[in-house]
Write a protein that binds this ligand. Structure first.
Ligand code: GLU
Length: 409
């Protein structure tokens, strides 16, 4: 069983103390509104029937419909989904998009399933949660190991019982009511967050060195955009291998390989032992894979000036304390990776209006949202004399608390 929810609780508690929230309010804000567990029985290609367990946790909807991704991973359990659902509540509030927070997941290794098996599993799970979701209720999206195709199946399965509602899910293919720019949105948001931080300390992205851990949707787009803007990507890696070159890696080459091979396995770049990737010297370290990778031991040894959390919950509270004591700034997940849900919001708006935006508009609005949120964090950080993560939680909890009060309990 994961302890992810207890970890988020520690961050929450730190901010709640700054806000001087009473224990009743704390409990009310922390506790998820609804948790659903669904058994998904799926006919496998060989004729057998396999059972997978899926979850949807709806944490808070005082600021708008529940919103959050769906992950397919063997480590998924109710505690992890609950933690990630609460992070979504704080994330949507930090950037001010009118949603609450939710998360879903299925305990499965999708690499072991064939395409049709994956489709049947997605459809079965959608049937299990269909009464809880809807474009004005709860809107899933991609997360670890899910993509636009999975979202298309979800939309289609929902339509069978509820009719045409493309806004029931975001992160859909552009050919099927998705938004331009959604695919790269989390990575682009990570880069904008980094640029804002660098600007605040009188530096620029060009020439800054980056290590990016994870080469899925978030890591690969982050590395690409950093490279395009003149930053130097000195380290990359995924679950199959890691690469490092202080002179800068061939990012376009790695991207082309990963597009073909679906991972970095077999790429001809300068490889290093995967455990060493997070410890390579760099200006900016972007953990963009799974949670919990920066624990106290890693935090003691890493040699970055700034950590930008592309993944959700990549730093444990113990790791966070060590980084704080070492004076290494951390831009927290609930701000740094909020570009994804921000463009999900734009996709949802386009679906509801049946009016589709050009890529430049998506980019400009994302840029504005991330930069405004950063300005808010700077002000909150200064007002309370706290670190970036606490500032983000203070900002978020304050907004959700105010909305709940206005609505009445
Ligand atoms: N899964 C992404 C996240 O953790 C996106 C969620 C969304 O777009 O709803 O932020």
């Amino acid at each position: 069983m994961s302890h992810a929810f207890a970890d988020v609780s520690r961050y929450f508690g730190r901010a709640a103390r700054v806000l001087k929230l009473g224990s009743d309010d704390q409990k009310l804000l922390e506790t998820p509104a609804r948790e659903l567990r669904v058994e998904c029985n799926v006919r496998m290609d060989d004729g057998s029937v396999a059972t997978f367990i899926g979850y949807r946790v709806q944490h808070d909807n005082s600021r708008g419909p529940y919103k959050g991704g769906l992950r397919f991973h063997p480590s998924v359990d109710i505690d992890e989904v609950r933690a990630l659902a609460s992070l979504m509540t704080w994330k949507t509030a930090v950037v001010g998009v009118p949603f609450g927070g939710a998360k879903g997941g299925i305990a499965v290794d999708p690499a072991k399933l064939g395409m049709r098996e994956l489709e049947r599993l997605t459809r079965r799970f959608t049937q299990g949660i269909q009464d809880l979701i809807g474009d004005d209720k709860d809107i899933p999206a991609p997360d670890v190991n899910t993509n636009a195709q999975v979202m298309a199946w979800l939309m289609d399965e929902y339509a069978r019982s509820h009719g045409f509602h493309p806004g029931v899910v975001t992160g859909k293919p552009v050919e099927l009511f998705g938004s331009l720019g959604r695919d790269e949105a989390t990575g682009r948001g990570v880069v904008i967050a980094t640029e804002e931080y660098l600007r605040s300390v009188g530096r620029r992205l060009a020439g800054t060195t980056f290590v990016v851990q994870g080469f899925g949707n978030v890591g690969s787009h982050t590395a690409r955009i950093v490279h395009e803007l003149g930053g130097k990507v000195v380290g990359i890696g995924d679950h199959t291998g890691a690469f490092h070159d202080p002179a800068g890696l061939d990012v376009p080459g790695a991207l082309a390989h990963a597009a073909r091979a679906r991972s970095l396995a077999g790429w001809g770049g300068p490889s290093i032992p995967p455990k060493e990737l997070l410890l390579q010297p760099c200006d900016v370290l972007v953990p963009a894979a799974l949670g919990g990778v920066i624990d106290a031991d890693v935090a003691k040894e890493l040699r970055a000036g700034l950590v930008v959390e592309g993944a959700n919950a990549p730093t444990t509270p113990e790791g966070d304390e060590v980084l704080g004591a070492r004076g290494i700034a951390v831009l927290p997940d609930i701000y740094a990776n909020a570009g994804g849900v921000t463009v999900s919001y734009f996709e949802w708006v386009q679906n509801i209006q049946h009016f589709y935006w050009e890529a430049e508009r998506v980019r400009a609005e994302l840029d504005k949202t991330m930069r405004q949120a950063f300005a808010g964090l700077v002000a909150t950080k200064k007002a309370h004399g706290v670190d970036w993560r606490t500032a983000a939680f203070v900002q978020a909890i304050g907004r959700v608390h105010r909305a709940s009060e206005l609505r009445g309990y």
